[in-house]
Design a protein around this ligand. Sequence first.
Ligand SMILES: [Fe+2]
Length: 297
Amino acid sequence: MHSASLPPVSDAHPDVTAFFDPATNTISYVVRDPASTACAIIDPVLDFDPAAGRIGYASAQRIVDHVRAQGLQVEWLIETHVHADHLSAAPWLQQQLGGRIGIGEKIVEVQRTFGKIFNEGTEFQRDGSQFDRLFADGDRYTIGTLEAFALHTPGHTPACMTHVIGDAAFVGDTLFMPDAGTARADFPGGDAHTLYRSARRILALPPHTRLFMCHDYGPNGREIRWETTVAEERRANIHVADGSDEDAFVAMRQARDATLGMPRLILPSLQVNMRAGHLPPAEADGRHFLKLPLNAL
Ligand SMILES: [Fe+2]
């Protein structure tokens, strides 16, 4: 899984526009090739009110408006992983703007696990075929003239990938800002040892690499932030900085994870996101339903 040699990190400097969703503390990104109009959308959010069972498009519409105002061509819609705290707007954005939806190839493990938990029938394919592209570790792709590659960084979930695009890396939930550390590693398929090694793998990128988080919760009342650098994480990350110890990290992570409740939207999110953001098939009358498995998580 961890290939010894990765593609070279290019020094191209993509334009990155962030979209913060206060309902789920998620940051979505539009990453643009400065030499063309090509762009990628990373981790877009579909609004969801679980009490009403109502879906909304306000967050995704902000991205559509930005892409259209800038005259951009969407080449990719990238999920850093199967999110457990928000629904993906990738298929809705694909309809509006085009582009291919991509995720890590280990999505098949996530589909196997949650296919069982949601008692899906055989019509739910566990082969990743709902996505347009499955990235393996080290896979290269382009956004216009920008060189990009995917880095497999499991631990939070088995399918987590970090996407390195020019001098910018989109780390998903493998790292948080330095004062927040790392994400939990206790979802099915998660592993704290693996998370530590993945975090350190990101921190082996060139020190000036810009790192963009998928989440920030503003610890200790500070303002929300989502951008840092490899050098800063290596110096100051409270969990995985230089000099940190894997076993101590694992003990800390497991103790902390044991105190955390499940994310509010985990059941709706997984059912939709394991289908690349598509809703489960409609019933005969055309309506869509989500399941609420009892005592399964
Ligand atoms: Fe996550």
